[in-house]
Design a protein around this ligand. Structure first.
Ligand SMILES: [Zn+2]
Ligand SMILES: [Zn+2]
Length: 134
């Protein structure tokens, strides 16, 4: 029983790791069924939760649903409002000046900062231009 669970979790982790699209649980479930035919969506959710707790993946919310990311180093996310794609943005691309010292003076202890960027991705922007040209 224990070994089966570990094996399922490994497969789910590999699926998340195999893509950079920041998949939803449904997307992961569809792929997982290919390897484990009788797996349930609940099992996928449970394993994603454990993987998250163990620090293997991170969970992000795109405003509608949870998405998962096997890239766990610090990075920002750019969400395209047109196609819902989520892109990884390296920290050094975006320089944000935050006066966290002022927060700590007010008694707030910062443990994490999340920045989510929304906009139109290069692919969709290109499509926009093509439409205008026609
Ligand atoms: Zn897009
Ligand atoms: Zn990411």
């Amino acid at each position: 029983m224990q070994r089966r669970n570990t094996n399922q979790r490994k497969i789910i982790y590999e699926i998340v790791k195999s893509t950079n699209i920041h998949p939803t649980a449904d997307w992961i479930y569809e792929r997982a069924r290919f390897y484990i035919s009788n797996i349930s969506l609940g099992t996928v959710y449970r394993n994603l939760k454990i993987l998250k707790e163990e620090g293997f993946i991170i969970e992000i919310n795109d405003g509608k649903q949870s998405r998962f990311d096997a890239r766990t180093d610090r990075h920002y996310h750019f969400k395209c409002v047109k196609c819902d794609a989520i892109y990884d943005i390296d920290l050094d691309i975006i320089q944000i000046n935050m006066d966290l010292k002022r927060l700590s003076k007010k008694g707030f202890k910062v443990v994490d900062v999340n920045i989510d960027i929304e906009g139109i991705c290069p692919k969709c922007a290109k499509g926009d231009r093509l439409e205008k040209n026609n």
